[in-house]
Design a protein around this ligand. Structure first.
Ligand code: GRG
Length: 283
C-alpha cells in the first residue's frame, strides 16, 4: 500500500509541467500543506484489495486530492467560512490574497480533470466512468450543492436536513474513491452500488467525527480553525449531543467494517487498517 509520502511525491510530479508562476506556487502551497490524504488512500486501498495495480489508480487519486484541496481553499475564503488556519498553516488567501486563492482553487479543480482524463493505463470506458463519478461527486448534485446548503441560513433545523448537507458536502467526495475503485476492478453494478453506499456511511461517520473534534480539540491540535461555534453552525453535536453523536459515529464505522469484510474476492486488510486509523484520528 502506497504511503502518504509516496503519494505526495506523485502530487509534486503531477504539477511539474505547469508554468512556474505564482498560480502554481499557490496550488502547491495548499496541496502540499500536509493533509491526511484520506480520499486517495481509500482509492488505493480498495482498488488494491481487488489486485488493481497502483498505477491504474494514480491519476484518479491525484484528481481526488486536487478537488478536495480546491474545496478547502474556497471554503476558507472570507466569503465562506473566513478561516485563517488550515492544515496547520495560514490559509491560501492569507498568504496569496483572495483573488489568487480563488484562482488556485479554480486551477486545482480544472487540473484534476485534465489529470484524470489523461490516465494512460486504464481503458477509455473506465476512465469516462471514473470522470463521471468525480464530476458528479464534486458538482451541483454533490459537494458544491452541500456547500450551498451549508451556507444558507437555517437550512438545517433537524437531523434529516443536516444529514442531507453532510451527504452532499462530505459524503460524495468520500464515496467517490470507493465507487471508482469498484469501476477499476470491474465489479458488477450491484457491488459498485454497495461500495458507494459504504462510502456514504463512512462519509457521515467522518463528518460526525469532524463535528466532535471541533468541540473537543483546540485549533492548534486540529491544525485548522474550529469555527463551527463562532459561525453558530448547526452540527451533529448541537443537534444530537456529544454522546449520541459518538454512538452514531461508532456504529456507522462498525457497520462499514462488517460490510467490507463480507465483500467477495476482496482483501480487506489495507482498507480496514486505513479506516481504523481514520476512526482513531486526533485531527
Ligand atoms: C467550497 C465547493 C466548496 C466546498 C467546500 C470540503 C468543504 C466543502 C468544506 C470544508 C469544511 C468541512 C468541514 C468539510 C467537510 C468535509 C471535511 C471534514 C473536510 C476536511 O477533510 P479532511 O479532514 O482534511 O480530510 P485534510 O486537511 O486532512 O485533507
Amino acid at each position: 500500500m502506497i504511503s502518504r509520502t509516496e503519494f505526495e511525491n506523485k502530487l509534486r510530479q503531477a504539477l511539474e509541467p505547469l508554468e512556474p508562476d505564482v498560480l502554481k506556487q499557490a496550488m502547491l502551497y495548499s496541496l502540499l500543506a500536509g493533509g491526511k490524504r484520506i480520499r486517495p488512500l481509500l482509492l488505493y486501498a480498495v482498488s488494491g484489495g481487488y489486485g488493481v495495480p497502483e498505477e491504474q489508480a494514480d491519476s484518479f487519486a491525484l484528481a481526488l486530492e486536487m478537488i478536495h484541496t480546491y474545496s478547502l481553499i474556497h471554503d476558507d475564503l472570507p466569503a465562506m467560512d473566513n478561516d485563517d488556519l488550515r492544515r496547520g498553516k495560514p490559509t491560501n488567501h492569507v498568504v496569496y490574497g483572495e483573488a489568487e486563492a480563488i484562482l488556485a482553487g479554480d486551477a486545482l479543480l480544472t487540473y484534476a480533470f485534465e489529470t484524470a482524463s489523461a490516465a494512460e493505463t486504464v481503458s477509455t470506458a473506465k476512465t469516462v466512468a471514473c470522470l463521471h463519478i468525480l464530476a458528479q461527486a464534486a458538482g451541483p448534485d454533490g459537494m458544491v450543492l452541500g456547500q450551498s446548503l451549508d451556507i444558507q441560513e437555517n437550512t438545517a433545523t433537524d437531523w434529516p436536513a443536516l444529514q442531507r448537507i453532510h451527504h452532499h458536502k462530505t459524503g460524495c467526495l468520500l464515496s467517490a474513491p470507493l465507487e471508482m475503485a469498484a469501476v477499476l476492478a470491474d465489479c458488477e453494478p450491484a457491488v459498485r452500488q454497495t461500495w458507494r453506499d459504504i462510502g456514504f456511511d463512512i462519509g457521515l461517520a467522518f463528518q460526525i467525527q469532524d463535528d466532535l473534534l471541533d468541540v473537543q480539540k483546540s485549533a492548534a491540535e486540529l491544525g485548522k480553525s474550529n469555527s463551527d461555534a463562532r459561525n453558530q453552525k448547526v452540527t451533529s453535536v448541537t443537534l444530537l449531543g456529544e454522546q449520541k453523536s459518538e454512538d452514531l459515529m461508532l456504529s456507522l464505522y462498525q457497520n462499514s467494517y462488517q460490510r467490507i469484510e463480507k465483500m467477495k474476492g476482496f482483501d480487506s486488510t489495507a482498507v480496514l487498517e486505513l479506516l481504523k486509523s481514520i476512526q482513531n484520528r486526533s485531527h
